[in-house]
Design a binder for this molecule. Structure first.
Ligand SMILES: [Fe+2]
Length: 338
């Protein structure tokens, strides 16, 4: 049996363990702004940002007259650090999280697949005034991932449904610690035409879902009208001697100090979900990989069947065309809610 979202409440039955994990997160060191490193361009989408699909929708739905490019950028730029990547463990005690039986079992329910391989654990920190645009995460296919092709194309591929045979189903667990104001996870369990649901960011709870398929967002953090200081690409959050969390700019200058509980602190976990060892080995050994030319031909053939007879495989407008055709966003809260 599969489910849209499995909740773990509590995540750690031992409250002291949860508190210790949270404390190590608070004292981890510096959290840098998350930046999209993979900037891969194709002739079918020159100039498109890595997540052009989500950015385009956010600009349409969540940007008002008083916003500037800088204020929108700061509002959606959060801080991230990795705690574990494969066998590399970067936070003391993170193995208890990476190998958490409850997360692994929930992943089995999400995809109905028994063989779960945790891949990564990372933390996200949001400041009061920040939010995260409605999106689905970047999926992965045998032979094609974000190191090889633009992220928006992977998103298009998944939403098209044409490449399911090569897809690597991934389960994402999101755990919350602390007591921030706002910052609930909004998600659309019944697809973009269904109703939105909310999962509050409550201490020592987690939710596991297929974030590559289920649209989701993070609602604004902090009190209504929270003022966000300016951010630059070198902005860093770090613990000060008094326990507060200090925002510094690229030159190291103190910009603002927060108490830990003003921040939304979540820890994400991603795991590959395989039917069996044979499927896992096909991925590891590259015995059944997709190739980009095949993907583009299949997408264009599908577009033509959908009555877009003029579509060509080479035009620079194809990228936007694919995004608009296949990535159908839910109707998000409108600007009046800002
Ligand atoms: Fe996400």
């Amino acid at each position: 049996m599969t489910a849209a979202l499995v909740q773990l409440d509590p995540l750690f039955p031992d409250a002291d363990l949860a508190a210790a994990f949270e404390r190590r997160g608070a004292e981890f060191g510096a959290y840098r702004l998350y930046a999209e490193h993979e900037q891969i361009e194709l002739p079918i989408g020159p100039g498109l940002s890595p997540r052009h699909d989500a950015v385009r929708n956010f600009l349409k739905t969540r940007v008002g007259a008083g916003d500037t490019a800088a204020s929108v950028g700061a509002r959606t730029s959060y801080f991230r650090e990795e705690y574990a990547y494969g066998d590399r463990l970067l936070l003391d005690g993170v193995a208890a999280f990476r190998d958490h039986e409850g997360l692994i079992d929930a992943a089995r329910h999400i995809h109905g697949r028994p063989l779960i391989e945790p891949a990564i654990v990372y933390a996200n920190l949001f400041l009061p005034g920040q939010e995260l645009a409605v999106h689905t995460d970047v999926p992965e296919f045998r032979g094609l991932n974000r190191k090889l092709v633009p992220q928006w194309l992977l998103v298009v591929m998944h939403h098209s449904g044409l490449f399911d045979r090569w897809r690597l189903p991934i389960a994402t667990g999101i755990a919350w610690f602390g007591a921030p104001e706002g910052g609930a996870l909004a998600y659309w369990p019944d697809g973009p035409d269904g109703a939105v649901a909310h999962n509050e960011a409550r201490h020592n709870t987690a939710a596991v879902l297929d974030t590559d398929t289920v649209f989701h967002s993070v609602e604004p953090v902090g009190p209504l009208g929270a003022v966000l200081p300016p951010l630059d690409p070198g902005s860093v959050l770090a613990t000060a001697a008094d326990g507060r969390i200090v925002l510094r700019d690229a030159s190291g200058r103190h910009v603002h100090a927060y108490t830990w509980n003003e921040l939304r602190f979540s820890v994400s976990w991603k795991a590959y979900c395989f039917v069996d060892a044979g499927e896992r080995d096909a991925w590891r050994d590259h015995t059944d990989d997709l190739e980009l030319a095949f993907v583009l031909d299949a997408l264009v053939a599908d577009l033509r069947e959908r009555d877009h007879a003029e579509t060509s495989t080479a035009g620079p407008e194809l990228g936007i065309h694919l995004i608009d055709e296949y990535v159908r966003f839910p109707v998000a809260p409108d600007r009046a809610a800002l």
